[in-house]
Structure formats: structure tokens, C-alpha cells
Design a protein around this ligand. Structure first.
Ligand code: PGA
Length: 260
């Protein structure tokens, strides 16, 4: 059974707005333009992950069916109250359905596989869908990067049982492909990586599980490469950074992916 949020016949497109835009007026403007976008809802599940301070305002009162909301991270613990953090129950009451966990930029700030494992478990317990991000910093010829991703998967999924793994979505985001001036992975390399990830999942759980866990790709996705990545990369969806801030480009991505 694939995760409830993403039926097997649909693709998941997640907009990661990071620390953008600068203010709520811009955020409202982007969202109101996105609401006009025209894509096939039967083919795509579209998620917007704005900065947490804009989340409530954008999600409250939105009764449309085109978009659901997600969070870019979550606090490690919901019971202990940490200054500056946002707990899972606050996210839930702000309309969040999906939580990105272990994004490379969070890991660069000190997020470990161990804290990612705790967060994934908490997100599942709260009834929301975690998107677990993994990905290597650079590629090498001796396959060290494969061991790195393997370790990330093993450690980050440590607290996820065979029963719960079907509630998890994976996102493969090679760090070398994320951000300005970078280039997306080739579809050949991506396909190889999704096979490798499935092999690891199969070893941790079983083959059936491995075939059912959706794997997204993220890193320099735009309107020009989204179709090819989805088609030839054999992924269940995309995590989009920069290109998701331009409502015209993001609408284009949604439209193209929904007609693949
Ligand atoms: P990018 O970011 O699309 O701007 O490369 C992707 C991400 O960080 O999720």
C-alpha cells in the first residue's frame, strides 16, 4: 500500500520555499497566482512548504483542492518546549499534512541521522507524512557516496517499523545538485540511485516494501527538465526549491508533470 497522501497513480510535487519570500504580501501574491494554475488534479498532488511564519495565514481559509501544505522541518520533541522551535501539534493545527525531514540544509546546520530518526517517528505518530531527505555531498569513483546514502537510510529509518514504512516518502537530493549555479542529476544516474535505494529498503524491510515507497528527486528542477526527470528517472515526484517561488514556472511544472 503506498502512502495515503500519495495514491500510486499520482506524482507528488513539493514546493520548498525555504526562507522566501521576504514578506507575507509576496507570499500571498505567489499563492494567489498559484491558485489559478491549471493542472490535472487526478495526476498530481501539489504541496507548498512556506516559511512557518506564513503557513497559517496561507492555509487558513483555503478551501481549494489544488494544494496541500507542508512544513520544512519540525521540532525534535513535542513535549519539551524549546524556544524558537515549532512542534508537530502546532504544525498540525496550521493545516500541515506533510513534513520535510533531514533536508541537506538542516543537516548542514547540525541535524544528525539520529535526530532525523526521532523526527520521522514523531511525524508518523502525529498522523502526518514525513519526507525523508537523503543525498551525498559529492560523487567519487570508489562508491563511497553509495555507502554514505546507505548509512543515512539505515540510521534515519531506525525507528520506522515494517508497518510504518508505508507512511514514509523518500527524497533523494544530491547536495551537489541543489541551489544556484548547479545542474540537476542525469536521468541515468538518478535511475541508478533509485534502484540502489530500493535495494537498501529491500534489505532493511522487504522487496514489496521497497517497491512501494515513493522516491522523489530534488536539486535544480525547473520547467525544462521536470518531465524528463519524472519520465526517465523513474521517480514518484519532485522536491522543487528555487523554481517553486516563481508561480508561473511552478504552475508550468505542475502542468507538465500532470500530463506526463
Ligand atoms: P533547488 O533546491 O531546486 O533550488 O536546487 C532544491 C531543494 O533544496 O530542495
Amino acid at each position: 500500500m503506498p502512502t495515503k497522501l500519495l495514491p500510486k497513480n499520482k506524482k507528488l510535487i513539493v514546493a520548498n520555499w525555504k526562507m522566501n519570500p521576504e514578506n507575507i504580501f509576496e507570499a500571498r501574491k505567489i499563492f494567489s497566482l498559484l491558485k489559478k494554475s491549471n493542472f490535472n488534479l487526478k495526476k498530481v498532488v501539489a504541496v507548498i512548504c512556506p516559511p512557518v511564519i506564513f503557513l497559517n495565514e496561507l492555509s487558513t481559509g483555503y478551501r481549494g483542492k489544488k494544494f496541500i501544505f507542508g512544513s520544512q522541518d519540525v521540532s525534535l520533541d513535542n513535549k519539551k518546549k524549546y524556544t524558537g522551535e515549532t512542534g508537530i501539534s502546532i504544525l498540525k493545527t496550521s493545516g500541515v499534512r506533510l513534513v520535510i525531514v533531514g533536508h541537506a540544509e538542516r543537516r548542514a546546520l547540525g541535524e544528525t541521522n539520529q535526530s532525523v530518526a526521532v523526527k520521522i517517528k514523531n511525524v508518523i505518530s502525529a498522523g502526518l507524512t514525513p519526507v525523508l531527505c537523503v543525498g551525498e555531498n559529492r560523487r567519487d569513483l570508489d562508491g563511497t557516496y553509495l555507502r554514505f546514502v546507505e548509512e543515512q537510510l539505515h540510521e534515519s529509518l531506525k525507528k520506522v517499523s515494517r508497518k510504518d514504512i508505508e507512511k514514509v516518502i523518500l527524497a533523494y537530493e544530491p547536495i551537489w545538485a541543489i541551489g544556484k549555479g548547479r545542474k540537476a542529476i542525469s536521468t541515468h544516474e538518478l535511475h541508478q540511485m533509485t534502484l540502489f535505494i530500493k535495494k537498501i529498503l529491500s534489505a532493511i524491510y522487504n522487496k514489496k516494501v521497497a517497491m512501494n515507497v515513493p522516491i522523489l528527486y530534488g536539486g535544480s528542477i525547473d520547467a525544462d527538465n521536470c518531465e524528463e526527470i519524472i519520465n526517465k528517472g523513474e521517480v514518484s515526484g519532485l522536491l522543487v526549491g528555487r523554481a517553486s517561488l516563481n508561480p508561473y514556472i511552478f504552475s508550468d511544472i505542475l502542468k507538465k508533470v500532470s500530463s506526463v
